[in-house]
Design a protein around this ligand. Structure first.
Ligand SMILES: Nc1ncnc2c1ncn2[C@@H]1O[C@H](COP(=O)(O)OP(=O)(O)O)[C@@H](O)[C@H]1O
Ligand SMILES: [Mg+2]
Length: 321
């Protein structure tokens, strides 16, 4: 297959996406595919093999069989690029428009979890009616976050009430939608998922972070985090994590892949934190390592995702809408 690998993008996760995309291209090559490098610059220009191209040409008219968006955050993981590819009728890897849009937004995602009665930390939206009272009721510390970013960008852990407004101000520089969350004292555990109608989960892994929390440096500096697979949380919590990962994946309408992130409290309670539909995707990223530990090595993973994209495109054609 000729696979257009879309990487870079307009979000603050541009650099991370460049690395993820380069790994995916190598993985596809190893699996026998022909990757075509499509870099989206920070200013939104699309480059194809280094030369600037019209957006339509880059997305649809390359003669590629399938597109593989390896774009993190807004303008890539949020349904926008997926919508473009839908309009151009190009099969693509990963979530469709709806799943990408509802999972990128922490506020919308957590409201969906709440509706399903899935355990999570309590939260409120900065600026909504009565938010100051609700934020105070969350206790301390609280976590203030832009609702639609990733890679820990713009997130501040607030330890005292006097620091709240400044943290909200910082988050507002990134996103007009700001979430405030209660703190969870627990292990951070992640579980990878692939599939369309019948999602398969990886063994969960525990992130042992060599910092106060899993901030940008801990995520991307060598030695910032050690991954322990399987997570040492006992068979029951492992089963619960996998069951919840598949459940959340299905209920958000995910396809292709995702990484579902959890907190596991001391008493074994499993809380969902977030779901990333285009997780960090280098060969050493958590997403890939978890599947590797589950018996699916990187090139096979890339290959399977291309297959799933084509299957989904084919099955979408059978609906009349
Ligand atoms: N409610 C919380 N309780 C404890 N730690 C948190 C909480 N929210 C975030 N963190 C810490 O911040 C990190 C990044 O937060 P997260 O919501 O996953 O944002 P991102 O989308 O940027 O990954 C988490 O991996 C964790 O280390
Ligand atoms: Mg996270």
């Amino acid at each position: 297959m000729r696979v257009a690998v879309l990487r870079g993008g307009r979000s603050s996760e541009h650099e991370v996406s460049l690395r993820s995309g380069a790994s995916v291209a190598a993985g596809l090559l190893e699996a026998g595919h022909e990757p075509v490098d499509v870099v989206i610059e920070r200013d939104g220009r699309w480059l194809c093999d280094g030369a600037e191209v019209e957006l339509r040409a880059a997305a649809g008219l390359l003669g590629c069989d399938v597109a593989f968006p390896v774009l993190h955050g807004p303008f890539g993981e949020d349904g926008t690029v997926q919508g473009l590819l839908e309009c151009l009728d190009v099969p693509y890897v990963g979530p469709g428009v709806l799943a990408a849009a509802v999972t990128i937004d922490k506020l919308v995602f957590k409201r969906l979890l709440r509706e399903r009665g899935i355990a999570q930390v309590d939260f409120c939206q900065a600026g909504e009616e009565g938010w100051r009272g609700r934020a105070a009721a969350l206790g301390l510390p609280v976590w203030v976050k832009p609702s639609r970013l990733g890679s820990s960008v713009g997130i501040i852990k607030v330890a005292e009430p006097a620091a709240l407004d400044a943290a909200v101000g910082t988050a507002l520089e990134h996103d007009p939608r700001v979430i405030i969350e209660a703190h969870c004292e627990g292990l951070e555990v992640e579980c990878s998922v692939i599939g369309n109608d019948a999602p398969e989960t990886s063994l969960p892994g525990q992130l042992v972070v060599n910092a106060d929390w899993y901030d940008y440096e801990a995520k991307y500096e060598p030695g910032g985090m050690d991954l322990v697979v399987p997570a040492p949380i006992g068979a029951e919590a492992i089963a619960r994590v996998r069951e919840l990962a598949a459940d959340v994946y299905r209920s958000c309408g995910c396809t292709g892949l995702a990484r579902c992130d959890f907190f596991v409290a001391g008493d074994g309670e499993v809380l969902v934190n977030e779901l990333n539909t285009i997780p960090g995707f280098t060969e050493t990223s958590v997403f890939s390592k978890l599947f590797e530990a589950t018996g699916l090595p990187y090139p096979g993973l890339c290959d399977r995702l291309v297959e799933l994209a084509l299957e989904r495109h084919e099955s979408e054609r059978s609906y009349r809408y």
